[in-house]
Write a new protein. Structure first.
Lengths: 913, 118
């Protein structure tokens, strides 16, 4: 007899081994070597189908119902060849649509409907929780049997804290959290978990075959011996093809298990979500049935052997697997068998819990969180963390609920009945899923009503009787039907009493489900979103060629098509930009070939993803890559939606641009006003300053003249100065008024036909004396003979004088005046050999009071208004004025258009008006 | 005899001031810009400098700074058309002893200069 401690250490040792395998695989995957990525591991992970129920329960069922237990495995084996059609499609859809669970799948198919996802999640929980609890029950029973050699499952009522099963449950929850919730993406694969489950599948198979071989060849003398001995005891009926109801029963049970192997949450998790490559289906299609055959080979021999060895039903047939080795004192074999059963139970619990926790977090809690604005705002920055926490919490809650269910309820039922009831619950999803992937018309309402009706009937025909049996309800309802209506008896709806309990429930729930699904779908209209998803699901192979994006685009895309696609979303210019960007980054030239390589295709898809989301983007790209026709209507539909969005977007952009421009304009105007204000202030302050200078002189000399008894000579000199300064003031005032008139546009030119040559000569004449005094050399070059122009003679003289006078102030030795005709202009240049105008001042020099710019140091230019006025005068004549360096000399130049008559006439006219 | 320096780029103003202070018995030096002024200060150590601000080359503020850095006892009187508060403040901050604005009263200027020297 094995000691309690030994069993417990082996149990937890086994768990530790699982941890090690999972940890090692994750490490290995992290380093880039994905151990699980091969068909053998995939097939083994699918064997999570064989739970403790298979391990212990099959023998139990075989002992009572004979070969009928096989239906649970025949169904999946029969349906396996069809996987290429059904499973591959589901896998493809799930990968393309980033689907994370069966609830997600159904909700996604029917327009990403939240209600449907929630309903499926709740029903999954209802269906699977009891199933999970019987795994715990199986482990606990086998543990007790091993420990006490107690073959009858009289559960000893421990408080939970003394119950090994409780700690096992916690350990499993911990394992599940550690290896099941690494990633926030529910679609992310759980490498460690998959490898651990695959290991468990191998382990339970070896354990079961070992005990089978032991019973067949060591206890008995091979198969023939067992069957012979069984026959002697009148057990023939167990291995003849007949069940309670013969063929019909076999049929319905096979159908039930066909659905279960596809849609049980744990099967969906392993078969679809954890699938690395849909090509693995090829091998899994025969490996998985082979596994089922292997694990079932010894079921009947063990059952018969058990019945022969324990004749008087002293031992529950569910425990034969364990009871036989113990009966023959094979302690270590018993321990192996126990661990095998433990592995079957744990793999189911772990995978189911991960699948359920994903559903609970993604389809139940997140929608509530995201639909409640308060919660959404509160958590929106840490949604990733929240999702993980929800999943972890739900794992603990689910496993603990299963434990509670086991303690409170499961004890009262056999393993098989609860397992089958779970199967029927899951079967309710079949119409919605199979219809969903093959029938575009299948609608949300149809699916919803079908599933709900199915579950109501499931509850009524299958769950209600168990509640009655457990003593929670009066048996009245079983005998007389609901509300006393005899047609509504849970065991015999509408008087159908021929079928077995489970078959009856399955038949009615599934029939109503299917009928409602089809009828309501036929008579309801789909929303566009729903229709879109329906099209994608049903025609998935048109939209993608394979799972892995690198494989998907292995085919080549016709470049013009790809470009055209990009144009549609990005516009022509942007498309050119992004393609150029792509060829720059990759060093490939686009356009030398007529086909785009996979990288460009992927690049395009990423670009589109940013605009229309990943799902749509992939469809759009697939449409050109495949060169297969998605119906044009479908593409156009998507295009239209995007275009509408785009034009709305453009409109918004335009509006915001207009606003921006308006605000900029205002800002500019404000700035101009401010600048004008500043300039005005500056102008006034400079004018005052300039006026104070002559006034200061005048006042000082006036006081001197007033107070002193001065010599006549001084008196005269001082009075002369006063007159001089008064003139200066007058000039200044005139200039300011001049400038003001020019500035405000009120200045008028007195235009007359003037001989320019004479005008120039007259002007220079008046300066000759000044040049002579300063010892400056003056040259004049006139490049034309006679030129009559319509100008304001006095004003033009004023400009030339100003330029000459400025030059005289700066020139060292020489001043030159040049005038010539070029193109259609008259040019006049005044050059001096002075130090010139500093570059940074060139742009200011024609502004009024330019010298005021340099606040404190003054330049000997005069009032500072001369050039500003000259500029105005030239501009009034339609000409230009400027300054530059020319062969080492400073050159002030102005030009006047020769055909300025017309301009000037109109201008003076406008001025007249 | 008290030595004073008058600095201004306006010849007529310079002339009037020179005449005025000579008449009052000062030894008067004159300069037409800041650069010239600094040269004269170097050579002749005037007791007081009357300074215009807006001048070519080196402006009055610079000259004042230079004077006060070298010898704080030399009095500086700013005489400028710049009459804004901040201009006056700037002058006084540089250590000037007086800031008078143009146009000025001869009597007033002379008496203030005298009182500064004594």
């Amino acid at each position: 007899m094995l000691s309690n401690g030994l069993i417990i250490s082996f149990t937890f040792g086994y768990l530790a081994l699982l941890f090690a395998i999972a940890w090692y695989s994750e490490r290995s995957a992290f380093r880039g070597k994905k151990l699980s990525s091969n068909p053998y591991i995939y097939a083994l992970s699918l064997a999570v189908y064989c739970t403790a129920w298979t391990y212990y329960g099959s023998v139990g069922r075989a002992a009572t119902n004979g070969l009928e237990f096989l239906t649970i495995y025949i169904g999946p084996s029969l349906v396996a060849p069809l996987w290429w059609i059904v499973m591959r499609k589901i896998i493809r859809i799930s990968k393309v649509q980033h689907i994370s669970s069966i609830a997600d799948f159904i909700s996604s198919r029917y327009g990403k409907n939240i209600t449907l996802g929630g309903v499926v999640t709740v029903f999954c929980l209802l269906g699977i929780l009891p199933y999970t609890s019987i795994q715990i029950k199986a482990v606990a029973n086998s543990f007790d049997i091993l420990q006490y050699s107690e073959f009858n499952q009289n559960l000893i009522a421990y408080p939970f804290y003394q119950d090994t099963a409780f700690y096992l449950a916690l350990g499993l929850a911990l394992f599940t959290v550690l290896f099941g919730t690494r990633n926030v993406e529910a679609t992310a694969q759980h490498e460690g978990m998959v490898m651990a489950v695959a290991f468990e599948s191998v382990f339970k198979l070896i354990a079961f075959i070992t005990v089978g071989v032991f019973v067949t060849y060591f206890v008995y003398d091979g198969f023939a011996d067992i069957f012979a001995q069984a026959s002697l005891r009148g057990l023939d009926h167990l291995y003849v093809l007949q069940g309670e109801n013969g063929v019909s029963e076999w049929f319905w049970m096979s159908v039930l298990s066909m659905m279960a192997v596809l849609f049980l949450p744990r099967q969906f998790q392993m078969g679809v979500i954890e699938n690395n490559d849909e090509k693995h289906l090829d091998k899994a299609m025969w490996l998985f049935p082979a596994y089922l055959i292997l694990i079932n080979v010894f079921v009947l021999p063990i059952a018969l052997g058990g019945l022969v060895h324990f004749p008087m039903e002293t031992v529950d047939a569910d425990t034969f697997v364990l009871a036989l080795p113990i009966a023959y004192n094979q302690d270590w074999l018993a321990l192996l068998v126990y661990l095998g059963g433990f592995s079957a139970a744990t793999s189911m619990i772990i995978v189911s819990t991960i699948a359920l926790s994903n559903m609970v977090s993604n389809n139940l809690i997140m929608p509530i969180l995201l639909f409640n604005d308060n919660l959404k705002v509160k958590y929106q920055h840490k949604l990733g963390k929240i999702v993980l926490r929800i999943r972890r919490a739900s794992i603990f809650v689910i496993i603990l609920l299963a434990y509670v269910y086991y303690k409170e309820i499961s004890a009262k039922f056999s393993l098989v009945s609860i397992g089958l009831i779970s199967f029927v619950a899951i079967a309710q999803f079949t119409p919605a899923i199979i219809g969903g992937i093959f029938w575009k018309k299948g609608s949300r309402l149809g699916a919803l009503f079908g599933i709900v009706a199915g579950f109501v009937l499931w509850f009524f025909t299958l769950v209600l009787p168990t509640i009655v049996t457990a003593g929670y309800l009066q048996p009245d309802i079983l005998e007389n039907g609901l509300f006393g209506i005899s047609g509504l008896k849970p065991y015999a709806l509408f008087g159908f009493s021929d079928m077995s309990y489970v078959t009856h429930g399955l038949f009615f729930s599934l029939s109503f489900n299917l009928i409602l699904y089809v009828c309501i779908s036929l008579f309801s209209t789909q929303t566009s979103k729903e229709h879109n998803q329906a099209v994608v699901f049903v025609d998935i192979f048109k939209y993608s060629t394979s799972l892995d994006s690198s494989i998907i685009w292995k085919g080549q895309a016709y470049l013009p098509d790809l470009k055209a696609l990009l144009y549609n979303f990005l516009g022509e210019e942007k498309t050119r930009e992004v393609l150029e960007d792509f060829s720059l980054r990759t060093g490939r030239t686009i356009g030398t070939k007529n086909y785009a390589d996979p990288e460009l295709v992927n690049y395009s898809e990423r670009l589109l993803t940013g605009i229309i989301g990943s799902a749509s983007a992939r469809i759009m790209v697939a449409s050109v890559v495949e060169e297969e026709e998605i119906s044009m209507a479908e593409v156009l539909g998507i295009l239209k939606e995007t275009q509408e969005l785009k034009s709305l977007n453009i409109e918004l952009k335009q509006k915001s641009m207009e606003l921006e421009m308006a605000s900029e304009k205002l800002q500019n105007m404000n700035e101009t006003l401010r600048l004008n204000d500043m300039l005005k202030d500056e102008f006034i302050s400079t004018v005052t300053h300039e006026m104070k200078t002559p006034i200061t002189s005048i006042r000082a000399f006036s006081e001197i003249l007033l107070d002193e008894d001065l010599p006549e000579e001084d008196k005269k000199r001082f009075l002369d100065i006063i007159i001089q300064e008064t003139n200066r003031m007058t000039r200044l005032i005139d200039q300011v008024l001049d400038l003001e008139r020019f500035d405000s546009g009120r200045q008028e030119l007195n235009l007359e036909k003037t001989d320019i040559r004479i005008l120039i000569l007259q002007t220079t004449e008046s300066m000759l004396q000044v040049f002579k005094e300063k010892g400056l050399d003056f040259n004049i070059e006139i490049g034309f003979d006679e030129l009559q122009l319509l100008v304001d003679e006095d004003r033009l003289k004023q400009v030339i004088l100003n330029l000459l006078s400025n030059a005289s102030k700066f020139a060292k030795d020489k001043i030159v005046l040049k005038t010539f005709l070029k193109d259609h202009d008259l040019y006049l240049q005044v050059l001096d050999d002075g130090k010139g105008v500093p570059k940074e001042e060139v742009s200011y020099i024609f502004e009024k009071f330019f010298q005021a710019k340099n606040q404190t140091s003054k330049k000997p230019i005069g009032s500072g208004l001369g050039l500003a006025i000259s500029k105005k005068i030239i501009e009034y004549h339609g000409g230009k004025i400027g300054v530059f360096k020319k062969s080492g000399m400073t050159c002030f130049e102005f030009s006047l258009p020769l055909q300025l008559e017309h301009n000037l006439v109109t201008q003076s006219k406008t001025a007249d008006e | 005899m008290n030595k004073i320096l008058i600095v201004d780029d306006e010849p007529n103003i310079l002339l009037s001031l020179e005449f005025l202070f000579k008449k009052e018995g000062f030894m008067v030096f004159i300069a037409r810009d800041g650069e010239e002024a600094m040269g004269i200060i170097e050579e002749n150590d005037p007791e007081l400098v009357i300074l215009d601000i807006m001048m070519p080359k080196v402006d009055g503020y610079e000259v004042c700074k230079h004077i006060k850095e070298k010898n704080e006892s030399v009095k500086v009187v700013f005489l400028s058309a710049k009459s804004k508060k901040q201009d006056v403040q700037k002058g006084m901050d540089l250590g000037a002893d007086l800031y008078l604005t143009k146009p000025f009263s001869n009597k007033d200027l002379v008496s203030k200069v005298k009182s500064l020297i004594n």
